[in-house]
Design a binder for this molecule. Structure first.
Ligand SMILES: C[S@@+](CC[C@H](N)C(=O)[O-])C[C@H]1O[C@@H](n2cnc3c(N)ncnc32)[C@H](O)[C@@H]1O
Length: 204
């Protein structure tokens, strides 16, 4: 429920398949890929991605989330789990990963940490590696509704963690500043879905 707003496994699976579809359309998941997810939660998407790639590395700041992923994906031998700091990918070697993705996480992060993860993705990706990130789009009607709902909280009682949307320009700027090429930004609903490639001429 906390991760995506559903409680039964079938509904969870359907949302995971939808995210996989976006990944396949943007970065593609291939059988020889090492794929890393930043903020993997309970492995909702990892469960779909791991059977399609060489190795899936699920990273999260929360050890309880990683325990749940470990339990849910225990029969998948190519799964590796990693507790991370909340802003970087320390411990993941330079140029060791083919795809980095981060879904339904940026709304929980400060802007600096969003960019830092994108910089870290650039570092750990091999030349020609691909990145996918998403967030709710402030410039959409639905994104604006989320913004207004949160604005309604009086500052004195505002909870510490509230959804913070992005603009397409923000995400595009981070990808470009980090060195990614072929940046694509999809805005077909209330979400920004962004991808890019680390071209060989821009190695770490
Ligand atoms: C809404 S869940 C999404 C999980 C998963 N990506 C999915 O789509 O099913 C958000 C996840 O981000 C993780 N998270 C929150 N802040 C984080 C941070 N600073 N660094 C890494 N993970 C973070 C949370 O622990 C949680 O597992």
């Amino acid at each position: 429920m906390h991760v995506i707003g559903v409680t039964d496994e079938e509904a969870l699976r359907a949302t995971g398949e939808e995210t996989l579809r976006f990944l396949q359309q943007s970065v593609g998941i291939h059988k020889n890929d090492v794929v890393l997810e930043i903020g993997c939660g309970i492995g909702r998407v990892g469960k779909m991605v791991a059977p399609l790639c060489r190795k899936w590395i699920g990273c999260d700041v929360a050890s309880n989330m990683l325990s749940l992923t470990g339990e849910r994906l225990k029969d998948m031998p190519n799964v590796e789990l990693k507790e991370i700091s909340g802003y970087d990918l320390t411990g993941v070697a330079n140029a060791s990963v083919d795809v980095v993705y981060c879904t339904v996480v940026f709304m929980h992060l400060e802007t600096w940490d969003r960019y830092n993860y994108i910089l870290e993705a650039f570092r750990v990706l091999r030349p020609n590696g691909r990145i996918y990130v998403d967030n709710i789009n402030l410039c959409s009607d639905g994104g604006w509704k989320v913004f207004e709902t949160h604005r309604a909280w009086p500052p004195a009682t505002r909870p510490p963690h509230m959804t913070q949307n992005s603009t397409p320009q923000e995400i595009k700027t981070y990808l470009w500043r980090a060195g990614f090429s072929e940046i694509e930004i999809r805005k077909d609903d209330d979400w920004i879905r962004a991808s890019g490639v680390k071209r060989a001429e821009n190695p770490v």
